[in-house]
Design a binder for this molecule. Structure first.
Ligand SMILES: [Zn+2]
Length: 299
């Protein structure tokens, strides 16, 4: 019997690295997190060291991957397969990661922004394919993509964290400008502003100063690109669903409960991070698109 192709999905979000191995049998409903971030050494931002870590993670799953799909929280040049800029990966800029992985494993390797990939993964594996969706990643940063129905679904990374300016003279953002939505609501911004190690430490009254900004940001997004559904992914949204509910109530205001947009949280927490990698493999290598995927344990 022919050997089944092996698909490795990698996600680099902030300093964390997630990974999972899939084959092409079974149902995507059986996604579950492959590995939790605590099982990895954190990325250092030093390219050569991190490249070795990424390679050893891939090798720990399989010495012979057929496809690698990698998603990164940051600005990418997908054609060149390089990171243009990403928080915590300052030593990675313009380094040939995709080329290096292709050479090392002699396999097809593709890369995409994480919000774009997760939005596509949501459309391919979770959602009904007849809705316009804002897929928001409320995490260390704040990312988002807009998904439109189709076969395959359309997905565009719109970077709402920076595209939406709440106040020209507002907080300074990691991108160097002021007043970006991300500078108000991202995990990194919250940590800096309230001097906490983690968003978990925020008090209710501190959150109540953050949520109106997020609600305003989502309202601007919906005016920009109307959607049937707003789906939140990312650690903050998944750990604190009550915050998403509160944002949803603010955005919806007095609209009828039967009217869109509907709000939700991805039912996959870490799983969403890795099915993003799988989704871009399916998109970029059409011969794999019909495969149903099943997550596998490390070899
Ligand atoms: Zn910004």
């Amino acid at each position: 019997m022919a050997r089944k192709p092996r698909y490795v999905a990698l996600c680099i979000s902030g300093p964390h690295l997630w990974a999972a191995l899939f084959d092409n049998a079974g149902s995507p409903d059986r996604f579950r997190p492959g590995i939790t971030p605590t099982e990895y050494e954190r990325l250092s931002g030093k390219y050569d060291r991190d490249k070795k870590l990424v390679q050893s993670v891939v090798r720990s799953f399989t010495p012979r991957p057929d496809y690698i799909g990698m998603t990164v929280a940051g600005d990418l040049d997908v054609k060149q397969g390089v990171v243009v800029s990403a928080p915590n990966l300052h030593g990675w800029e313009n380094r040939p990661l995709v080329r290096d992985l292709r050479r090392k494993f002699r396999c097809r390797t593709t890369i995409a922004n994480d919000a774009e990939a997760e939005g596509l993964g949501h459309a391919l594996y979770v959602a009904n394919n007849d809705e316009r969706v804002w897929y928001l990643l409320w995490d260390y940063g704040f990312g988002g993509s807009y998904v439109t129905p189709g076969n395959p679904p359309g997905v565009v990374n719109l970077e709402p964290g920076h595209a939406i300016k709440l106040d020209r003279n507002g907080f300074e953002c990691g991108c160097g400008r002021r007043g970006c939505l991300e500078a108000y609501v991202s995990g990194a911004a919250i940590r800096n502003r309230f001097k906490v190690a983690s968003p978990e430490e925020l008090t209710k009254s501190q959150w109540s100063t953050v949520l109106p900004f997020l609600a305003e940001g989502v309202r601007v997004m919906l005016d920009w690109k109307p959607a049937d559904r707003v789906i939140f992914g990312g650690e903050i949204a998944c750990c604190f669903p009550q915050l998403v509910a509160s944002v949803a109530a603010r955005v919806r205001g007095d609209r009828s409960p039967n009217q869109p947009p509907w709000f939700g949280i991805t039912r996959e927490r870490l799983g969403a991070k890795v099915y993003g990698g799988l989704a871009i493999i399916a998109r970029d290598y059409p011969e794999t698109a019909k495969a149903n995927f099943r997550i596998l344990d490390p070899a």
